[in-house]
Design a protein around this ligand. Structure first.
Ligand SMILES: Cc1cc2nc3c(=O)[nH]c(=O)nc-3n(C[C@H](O)[C@H](O)[C@H](O)COP(=O)(O)OP(=O)(O)OC[C@H]3O[C@@H](n4cnc5c(N)ncnc54)[C@H](O)[C@@H]3O)c2cc1C
Length: 461
């Protein structure tokens, strides 16, 4: 650290959920912390998200008499990603995330509650926790408030551009660049990479997720895959780089996320020919590519007023309503007129849906309609497209969130969390279980921060 004008025990790159959780934990471990953020204000993909964090065995679940456990949660993750994720990482994060949310509530005043009125596909218990507005903007703002209260410095307009490593892989410091082009170097005792994945880097998306290379990118443009590129240059292991979260329900052209509750509660998607084309209930992530394969890359999500009532708890949905993106119709023919879908085909599709629901049967795509309420007028519909939300592959970390090499050895003082680290979704879009993104941001963020803080404290002792 001697070669640097300024040195800080713990440096964190990125001020999204992962970086801010890491910062709070490192500070609590007694270390001085500096967070570097390339933007003028911390936002990241976290601010664009619905801010819902899955956790099992929390006190909010107990209060709502929801039976759940980290083991059940881990089994759901493994089932969705057909056994591809690292079982140890899955165990680590599913055990860590509940206590992490309670810590954020108790020590830092984040007012989480559990969603009880709908369930995301693949979760066998109601375990999505969110702040009152159910928005990621509130999540990142509350985390930033907490960091500021804890006396953590966040240096904005500061983009890390290079890491400086010693022969043993120890990170001595980094170079950062300011918007005017000025560069500074900074020494560190430990470094946490929390600068997410490569969703904003077209070249890397083309390389790893060709099916979505022309898709709308709905995540934070500043996420350029630098953690992965730096790690690869250092000889770190990466895994599941094609893994990602897509979404098959982004209102188009307004570009507002439409909650998947519109589907899980009984809605369906039809293409511009008025026909269904998939088992929508499997998950919104893999639905992105399926929607993009339809004529013009467009689908209509069709639901009703009851479902709109549930969806209305999401700020994004209310914004879509205000923007006029959610159409209303008193009958199927009025719906066909409003959406300009062929009336005969739409009528047939909705009649078939009604039959499937009455019989509680499974359709030709494999979607079961057992116990799913009928759609009834007034109907609602929204024109949507598929989008890339964020990438899920990344640096391989151990159970302390330390970055590892292909032989399993850990870099001495380099940690990764959130989208910078390999997540728990495997290499396919279909492996993404709702909430896997913020799960590893919050859980690994706290673990990484604790580890980095303890290491830096030890180094200073
Ligand atoms: C529309 C949308 C909805 C979503 N909804 C959910 C949801 O409800 N639940 C869920 O679990 N997940 C959701 N996700 C995924 C979730 O948002 C991410 O998985 C999560 O926010 C990742 O957190 P992070 O801290 O790793 O990254 P980010 O929040 O993206 O933060 C990374 C930060 O690093 C900064 N940065 C990048 N490079 C550098 C650099 N070189 N130097 C300095 N700073 C840098 C960026 O500016 C950014 O602020 C959603 C994603 C999107 C796009």
């Amino acid at each position: 650290m001697e070669a640097y004008d300024v040195s800080v025990p713990v440096v964190i790159v990125g001020a999204g959920a992962a970086g801010l959780c890491a910062a709070l934990a490192a500070k609590e471990a007694g270390a001085e912390v500096l967070v570097l953020e390339r933007d003028p204000v911390p936002r990241g993909s976290t601010a664009l998200s619905a801010g819902l964090v899955p956790a099992a065995g929390t006190r909010w679940q107990r209060e709502a008499e929801i039976k759940d456990s980290p083991d059940l949660f881990a089994a759901d993750i493994m089932a969705k990603a057909v056994g591809e994720p690292d079982a140890e990482e899955v165990g680590t994060v599913t055990r860590a995330v509940g206590p992490a949310l309670e810590w954020l509530a108790d020590a830092h005043g984040l007012a989480f509650s559990v969603i009880t009125d709908f369930r995301y596909p693949g979760h066998s218990a109601n375990r999505m926790h969110g702040l009152p507005s159910r928005s990621g903007e509130e999540l990142v703002d509350r985390l930033r408030d907490a960091a500021e209260r804890a006396g953590i410095d966040i240096l904005c307009d500061a983009r890390a551009i290079a890491l400086h490593a010693a022969g043993d892989g120890r990170i001595a410091g980094l170079t950062l660049r300011r918007p005017d082009g000025a560069e500074d170097t900074l020494g560190c005792g430990a470094l946490v990479l929390a600068c997410n994945g490569y969703g904003g880097n077209k070249g890397l998306v083309r390389q790893h997720v060709p099916a979505l290379s022309d898709a709308l990118y709905f995540g934070h443009p500043g996420n350029q895959g630098e953690a992965i590129l730096w790690g690869e240059a250092l000889g770190a292991a990466t895994r599941h780089l094609p893994g990602h979260q897509g979404h098959g329900s982004v209102a188009h052209p307004v570009g507002i996320l439409i909650t998947w509750a519109t589907i899980t509660e009984g809605g369906v998607q039809v293409n511009l020919q008025g026909r269904r084309f998939s088992d929508e209930s499997h998950g919104y992530s893999e639905q992105a590519a399926k929607v993009l394969q339809q004529p013009e890359g467009i689908a209509w999500t069709v639901f009703d007023a009851r479902i709109a009532g549930i969806a209305g708890q999401f700020e994004d949905f209310r914004r879509a309503e205000s923007a006029g993106a959610i159409l209303e119709a008193e009958s199927v023919s009025a719906l066909a007129a409003a959406t300009r879908l062929p009336e005969a085909a739409l009528t047939e599709t909705l009649a078939e849906l009604q039959r499937l629901k009455s019989a509680g049967s499974t359709d030709a795509f494999g979607r079961s309609f057992a116990g799913i309420p009928q759609l009834s007028p007034p109907y609602r519909a929204v024109r949507v497209t598929g989008a890339l939300f964020h990438t899920q592959g990344g640096l391989v970390v151990d159970s302390s969130a330390r970055v590892t090499r292909p032989d399993g050895s850990a870099f001495p003082n380099l940690f990764a969390a959130g989208g910078a680290a390999c997540g728990v979704s495997g290499p396919q879009a279909s492996g993404y279980l709702s909430g896997n993104g913020l799960l590893t941001a919050v859980a690994l963020g706290r673990i990484a921060g604790r580890g980095a803080g303890a290491l830096a404290q030890g180094a200073c002792a």
